[in-house]
Structures are given as structure tokens and as C-alpha cells.
Design a protein around this ligand. Structure first.
Ligand code: SF4
Length: 504
């Protein structure tokens, strides 16, 4: 255990901005992925600051350990970073879940903490488990067997009311009864499978920004801030499209700049559509002029101008990253992704002109109506782009999400997705670097994205069986036929044996 505690203490020593607060109402703020992932989450960092800013209340962080086996073997309970206090000692565990497969991390964390993962096996002696996070924008139903309540959507403000209710109640049941009347809280024991609508924070609570800067994250020593929230576009596969919380909310440039501490030498501007901020080039230039490196998420090809790419290059960008999502123009039109070949070509030219080393392009395969001809168009276009600048493709199989127009679209099937990936890999070999998410794990994500409680419960079996892909597949395939579900094909049926590709 001393090594494991030593690792936590080492991280704390390297952090700037840690809040070490004692208060009567203490919350264990759990991230069900490792520290380096959790500390890159702006939502997690914002809730941490916000709870600690509340009088009488404190939040202490806990994460899925990097080395899960070492923790298990040590038989030490999962502890919070700030206090090295067992997570199970806290009256409330608030967990932020971003992705479907993080449900496995939640189960592992609860088991390490000595807390029964299933809500039905817990008693008044156990902490109240409150969930929230990006997953609640689409489908938090698989979490239902494991949590006591879920804050839906933007929890910036509502988390305080919810914690007030939990700490103010004399029992778990009474807290759940009160919370079930909240317009944006899902209480699985009261609501069945009916999800309440997501919450929307007041614009004057924006932007979200980092509390802690640390070298031990994927975005090393970077201060993150959100110049806008949401998106005003309408891509039909995307949860953050314009119909979600009325689209895009913009934060004024002065406010953004005023919140960046002098000590922050690297600044990440993050959001669903940062390049759609009307002053984005001015913001990047102001940050670079003050001697900072700047990172930018979600660059839209149609918003890349000479001025913006020059500013990004001055801010330290070596790779220009954007997305085309559909493999061909036909696919982009079908999914209403408003990005054209001309815009992508211009992105490559701008990247080259400003001395970038590489263009990185994100693409999906396995979209509805996609054929091999769409993949061939990508191969040809990739070759053209790679003659302008070295090109990397980041390829992900399409997974339909709830709360999108493509909700309910079946998974293309592992064999089909794998065949498309092989075709693409063969076609670009030697010219384009290609990294792809596995079709297997995309299928797991799909089952959970479209699934409900039963699929969530199956995750417990998969985790306990060892967490390999074969364990997940066995657990999903063992689900009863008659369960409530919205999956359009059975896991053991077409999902595992997709229709043959149109040609190969
Ligand atoms: S994919 Fe990007 S551009 Fe399209 S709606 Fe979503 S956030 Fe906006």
C-alpha cells in the first residue's frame, strides 16, 4: 500500500491548484478512469472547484487506479487523493461518467472500495452513489442498477441542490424520494426507464475552466478553458448538435482571458465547436502574444483561415487536426456533416504553408448506406492530401447514440467494419498513417449506447469474468431474449456476423 499511497502523494506534489479542504459535508468525487484521463476532464475539474467553493462542503478526488491488479493484491481500499481516506467512508460518492465503457471502471472502483456495486445490495451504511457527466446527454440507463440517482445534463448548478437534498435527508430512501421530484434528476428506483430531460446551466456560470494543472495528464501542464459550450450545427450522429440545450453559447473574449492564471504557460481551448467562436483567432493570438502555448480542440475545416492557422502555429501546433467524419462526400451529405473536399484540401494547404508537420483527420466507417466505393473515395482523397502534407487518419466505427437523429441505427457488424478497415488500410499503405478503434470495442460501446438496465447488469458479469472482449460478448449474449430493450439486432445474431460487404 505504501507504494500506492506514494504514487498519490507524488501526483499531489506536482499539482498546482489542489484544494485541501475539510468540511462537515464531504463528497468523494470519483472518476472511473485513471488519473491522467480524469484530470483532462473539464467538467470533473469544474465540479471539484464548485463543490469546494460551497460553505460547509468539500470534494476529494478518487480515480480508477492505473495498476488495478496492484491495488487488488494490496487489499487496500480505494482512497481519495486529498485525504487518503477510504472512499467508502464518505456519505456521498459523486461519479462523472463520460463513456459507456467507463461503467466497468465504476464497478471496479466500487469493488476496490468494498462497496457492493449493485444498488440493491447496499444499505444505509453505504455511501449514496450519485452519477453525472457527458454520458447523461445520451443514455445513462445502463448505470441504473449501480447508482442511486443521476444528474442529467449540465450539472454546474443542479449538483449543489442535489447534494443539499442528500445531506439534508435522514435516509437514502427519503433523499431518493425528494430527488425523484427534481426535473433533471433520474432516480432509477422511482422512474423505471423514463429519463427526465437534461439540465442546462445558466450562461453566466460559463465558462468551465481548470482548477488543477498537473504534468501527469494526457494534456500535460495545460490549463483548460471552454470558450463556448455546445454546437449550432446539425450532424445527425452527434449528441452535441444544435437541438441540445439550444445549440452554442459563446463566452466573451475578455472573460476568457481574465480567467487564465499568469502561471498557466500552456492553455487548451476546449469545447464542441471552439473554432466557431467569432473571436477565436483573436483569442489564440492574444494568448500567444502573452508567451503561451495554445491547444485547440475540435477544429472545423470550414473555419480554418490563414490567420487562425498562423496563430495556431505560433502557439506551438505542429499537427493540424480536423474531422471529415464521413468517408466520402456522399456519406458526409447523408450525415449532414457540412465539410467539403475543398475545405479539407485547403486545411492541408494551410497546414503546409504554415510549417506544420502533419494533418490529422478523423473519419468514421460503418455509417448507414456506406459502401466500399465510399472507402475507395477516402483512399483516393487521402493519397491526394498526403501529397500536400503527411497525413494521419484516426478511424472510428460508427456507433449510434440516443438523442440523435441516427439513434436506433444498427451497428454495421464486426465483420463488415473489419473488412472496411482492411480495405482502407490496404489502400493507404505506405502513404498514410492509420489508427483505428477496434470493431470489437465499438460493438461493446454500441450495445451499451443503445441498451438499458439489463445490458448494464451484464457489464458486472463481464468485469467479474475478467473484462476481456470474450467476457463482454459472453455476458451480452447471455441476456434474456424478452428483456426490455431497443437494440435492433440481437448481440449473438447479426451484430457478430454482419451482412457481407458489398464487394471486397
Ligand atoms: S459533430 Fe461537431 S460540428 Fe457536428 S454537431 Fe457535433 S459538435 Fe457540432
Amino acid at each position: 500500500m505504501s507504494d500506492l499511497k506514494g504514487e498519490i502523494l507524488g501526483r499531489l506534489r506536482d499539482e498546482i491548484g489542489t484544494i485541501d479542504k475539510d468540511a462537515p459535508e464531504a463528497v468523494a468525487l470519483l472518476y472511473p478512469s485513471p488519473y491522467r484521463v480524469g484530470m483532462s476532464s473539464l467538467g470533473y475539474q469544474t465540479i471539484y472547484r464548485s463543490i469546494n467553493a460551497t460553505e460547509g462542503r468539500a470534494a476529494h478526488r478518487a480515480f480508477l487506479p492505473d495498476d488495478l491488479d496492484a491495488w487488488r493484491q494490496s487489499r487496500a481500499p480505494l482512497v481519495t487523493h486529498e485525504k487518503l481516506r477510504p472512499v467508502s467512508d464518505y456519505p456521498v460518492i459523486a461519479v462523472s461518467v463520460a463513456y459507456e465503457t467507463e461503467l466497468a471502471g465504476l464497478i471496479q472502483c466500487l469493488e476496490l472500495a468494498g462497496i457492493p456495486p449493485l444498488a440493491e445490495d447496499r444499505s444505509e451504511q453505504h455511501p449514496f452513489i450519485l452519477a453525472g457527466g457527458p454520458l447523461t446527454f445520451s443514455n445513462p440507463l445502463p448505470l441504473a442498477p449501480f447508482v442511486d440517482a443521476v444528474v442529467m445534463g449540465e450539472a454546474d448548478q443542479s449538483v449543489h441542490d442535489v447534494l443539499g437534498v442528500i445531506f439534508g435527508s435522514d435516509s437514502r430512501d427519503s433523499a431518493m424520494r425528494s430527488l425523484s421530484a427534481h426535473p433533471h434528476v433520474f432516480v432509477p428506483s422511482a422512474h423505471g426507464d423514463m429519463l427526465p430531460p437534461i439540465d442546462k446551466a445558466d450562461s453566466d456560470t460559463l465558462p468551465a475552466y481548470s482548477q488543477i494543472i498537473t504534468p501527469h495528464t494526457e494534456l500535460r501542464n495545460m490549463f483548460l478553458i471552454e470558450p463556448e459550450r455546445g454546437c449550432h450545427r446539425g450532424c445527425t450522429y452527434c449528441v452535441m448538435r444544435r437541438s441540445t440545450n439550444d445549440g452554442m453559447r459563446i463566452v466573451k473574449m475578455d472573460r476568457i482571458l481574465s480567467l487564465i492564471p499568469d502561471a498557466a504557460k500552456r492553455v487548451g481551448l476546449v469545447g464542441a465547436a471552439t473554432t466557431d467562436h467569432p473571436q477565436i483567432a483573436d483569442i489564440v493570438n492574444a494568448l500567444v502574444d502573452s508567451g503561451r502555448e495554445v491547444g485547440l480542440s475540435s477544429l472545423r475545416a470550414d473555419r480554418l483561415t490563414d490567420e487562425l492557422v498562423a496563430a495556431l502555429r505560433r502557439g506551438g501546433h505542429r499537427v493540424l487536426t480536423t474531422a471529415s467524419d464521413g468517408a466520402s462526400q456522399r456519406m458526409r451529405d447523408i450525415i449532414q456533416r457540412k465539410t467539403s473536399e475543398a475545405q479539407l484540401r485547403q486545411a492541408a494547404e494551410l497546414a503546409r504553408r504554415h510549417g506544420m508537420k502533419r494533418l490529422k483527420l478523423y473519419v468514421m466507417v460503418g455509417l448507414p448506406e456506406e459502401t466500399d466505393e465510399d472507402i475507395d473515395e477516402l483512399i483516393e482523397f487521402g493519397a491526394e492530401l498526403s501529397s500536400l502534407i503527411p497525413l494521419s487518419l484516426g478511424v472510428a466505427p460508427f456507433v449510434a447514440k440516443r438523442n440523435t437523429p441516427l439513434d436506433g441505427t444498427p451497428f454495421a457488424g464486426m465483420p463488415l467494419v473489419e473488412a472496411r478497415l482492411r480495405r482502407l488500410r490496404r489502400g493507404v499503405r505506405g502513404r498514410v498513417e492509420l489508427r483505428a478503434t477496434s470493431a470489437r470495442w465499438a460493438w461493446v460501446e454500441y450495445v451499451l449506447a443503445q441498451g438499458g438496465r439489463a445490458e448494464g447488469r451484464a457489464v458486472l458479469d463481464a468485469v467479474r469474468a475478467g473484462g476481456r472482449f470474450s467476457d463482454w460478448k459472453r455476458a451480452f449474449n447471455a441476456l434474456p431474449e424478452e428483456r426490455p430493450r431497443r437494440l435492433l439486432v440481437r448481440p449473438g445474431d447479426r451484430l457478430g456476423r454482419a451482412p457481407a460487404p458489398a464487394s471486397s
